[in-house]
Design a protein. Structure first.
Length: 289
């Protein structure tokens, strides 16, 4: 008999993948590090393959871990939604503005599943730059915004700190100095974070390609033009996490926040969509701020 994937084990795995550290994930979940490590081993035993590469500086996903990640996100999101959906029939429309980095993997599939569970609803996923999110909320273009918290007006509904991972193509020489970099076009505050981290490590940098499109940035990195930093959700096939494979300096974690139009308070559909996003982004702690 094929064993079931326990949602508690998947939640712990997702927390480690998001935070890049078993110790940080243990702190966030209120568990001890040995207890969390044991849970991860149990999941690896069920899958039959190692899911995380462990090192003193943190953890990264193995190929098996990368393959499991979108399924884990989807299972946990739908688990929470199924419990609420069994009690509530939803209808209406909800538009969500999100950073493009969140749209390339699980989120569209989860929204599609949500739509099938609630056929009287219409969900719109709007790819938006963080600096434009607050204005879009205030105009009523979107009801929810999930993006860099730096650009949102407080108080936030909730927030999550996520790591920026070094991404490169297989065989890329990360020992080059200056290091060729692929960046998002300005304005992008990630650029200064990367350049400061490299400068502190004594590594020079030169920008060889930039674009406002995540797809174009991913393609340039996949082609071997240079390295970049990405959220775990943007690590597409053909890219690998170079954070531990090469001696590249860590980049500070970023805070991403959820903002909502005040007029939508009490709207059951917007409540459900917000909770769905919270399950995807903050699997270790779904409590609002």
């Amino acid at each position: 008999m094929v064993p079931d994937l326990d949602t508690g084990l998947l939640r712990n795995f997702l927390s480690c993948a998001r935070l890049g550290s078993i110790s940080r994930a243990a702190l966030a979940s209120g568990r001890t590090q040995p207890a969390l490590s044991q849970q991860l081993r149990r999941l690896e035993d069920i899958v039959g393959k190692p899911l995380l590469d462990r090192a003193a500086s943190g953890v990264t996903l193995t190929p098996a871990g990368m393959a499991l990640l979108p399924y884990a996100e989807r299972i946990l999101a739908l688990s929470g939604e199924a419990l609420g959906g069994a009690r509530t029939r939803l209808s209406g429309r909800c538009s969500v503005g999100v950073l493009e980095d969140f749209t390339g993997t699980t989120l569209p599939a989860v929204f599609a599943d949500f739509g099938r569970m609630h056929p009287d609803t219409t969900l719109e996923l709007v790819s938006i730059h963080s600096e434009d999110a607050q204005a879009a909320l205030e105009r009523g273009r979107i009801q929810l915004a999930l993006c860099d918290a730096e650009y949102l007006k407080p108080p936030l509904r909730w927030s999550a700190r996520l790591p920026l991972l070094w991404a490169a193509a297989d065989g890329f020489d990360a020992s080059q100095n200056p290091l060729p970099l692929v960046f998002f076009s300005e304005p992008c505050r990630w650029r200064s974070l990367v350049q400061s981290a490299l400068g502190a490590a004594g590594i020079g940098a030169r920008v060889v390609f930039e674009s406002g499109s995540l797809t174009a940035v991913q393609a340039a990195v996949r082609a071997g033009l240079g390295a970049t930093v990405m959220l775990p959700t943007a690590m597409a096939p053909g890219l690998f996490n170079a954070s531990l494979a090469h001696s590249l300096p860590p980049v500070p974690m970023l805070e991403f926040g959820m903002a909502r139009r005040p007029e939508t308070e009490g709207d059951r559909l917007v409540d459900a969509v917000e909770d769905l996003l919270r399950q995807l982004i903050r699997p270790e702690d779904s409590a609002a701020l």
